[in-house]
Design a protein around this ligand. Sequence first.
Ligand code: PA5
Length: 454
Amino acid sequence: MMTEFIGTHGIGAHDIGAINRQIIAAVAAMKSKRGNMAWRDLPYNQDEIVNDIVSYVNELKDSIEAFVVLGIGGSALGPMAVQQAVNHPYYNELPRDKRNYPKFYVADNVDPERLVYLFQNIDPAKCLFNVISKSGSTSETMSQFMIIKQLLEEKIGKEAAKSHIVCTTDKEKGNLITIAKQEGYKTFFIPSAVGGRFSELTPVGLLPAAFCGVNIAELLRGAAKMDETCNNGDIYANPAYMYAILHYIAFTKGKNMSVMMPYADSLKYIADWYAQLWAESLGKKYDNYGNVVNTGSTPVKSLGVTDQHSQVQLYAEGPFDKIIVFMGVDHYRETITIPQLYGDMPSLGFLGGVTHNKLIQTEQMATEYALLKQGKPNMTITLPEVNENTIGQILYFFEVATAFAGELLDIDAFNQPGVEEGKNAAYAMFGRPGYEEKKKELEARPPKSEKYII
Ligand code: PA5
């Protein structure tokens, strides 16, 4: 990232000095607002919840074939990311005695083909459906819930259906908690002060993870460990603050894209989860004083080495408008060695006896070098290994980095008015009661025929 390595487009000590006032203000804000950032307490205050989840999972795991998450955005990306990171990549295809836990599915989209195909693959009567919605009103999730509720009731009767649905929602607000109480569904709660994309370490993520055999206590221990590291006001000793500072400075120099490029299939969905966290938290029209700023940094998902063969050409030789964040792994959980074949062919022979572990790491270093040579800002985060502890650490790391970036940008990183606008417009289009004004507003928009393409 630094000038001494990449020259003109790098960052120098003077760049950090130049934003000293913002840094001091942001560090102070992170300290003074800590009490209002309920997500920061999650590594410490959930012993009881973890016990409750673990005993619930142990009670049910052997009697169900699949655990299905119904949720979207912050209520789906974390569960997917953690399961993919920690578990076997072909988890669902493993025989039951190797998996030991139910199969895992997430139905986040409302593509009409999605649920139909899912039902062709699972028997709902042998599944547990986890409806996850903080607001309890998200159309996508609630529509899936209604479809599944009816299907279950038709198939196994109203009473039996109840034990196949578990809700994760706000304790007091929203339709889902009302329904859960009426029906008597088992319920886990999302602390009201924790927003969707910061909720992975609540039952939103903990329950699905535990149903896939993930050690959730270890996940939280990892987060606690990272909290100790990232609770330091010294920016040179706080990796999350430095991550945000480097992004912020680069951003002020026109580099407003953040490419997340893990070199491990297991981390692919961590990049998806990060994309939501970074985009939805930092993309804002107004600053904290109501000025129009239209700020933000665009996250891009990439996978090493796969995307070396698709996106890296752009990153190496394209515009100076992005930071590439490599995420490497020191110790992969498996090793595979390339056999000593074709020794007489120099362009293949050199691979003989090399492990894929070495190959992927070398290719990562080679790509880092290719970017360095072109003066392209890039940084590398290395996980010693992918496991519950390091995943807890990395999730928490990005949450703190995002919150700190929000402070530097002087915006509210915890709201999402742009997302709400779309949700509200959809409600109005369906004529949902209470959205009459929004409907009028929509009706006043130019008809499609007045647009350029007829
Ligand atoms: O981060 C957010 O707030 C959003 O992505 C929400 O998680 C998403 O819209 C789903 O909302 P809910 O959990 O209320 O159904």
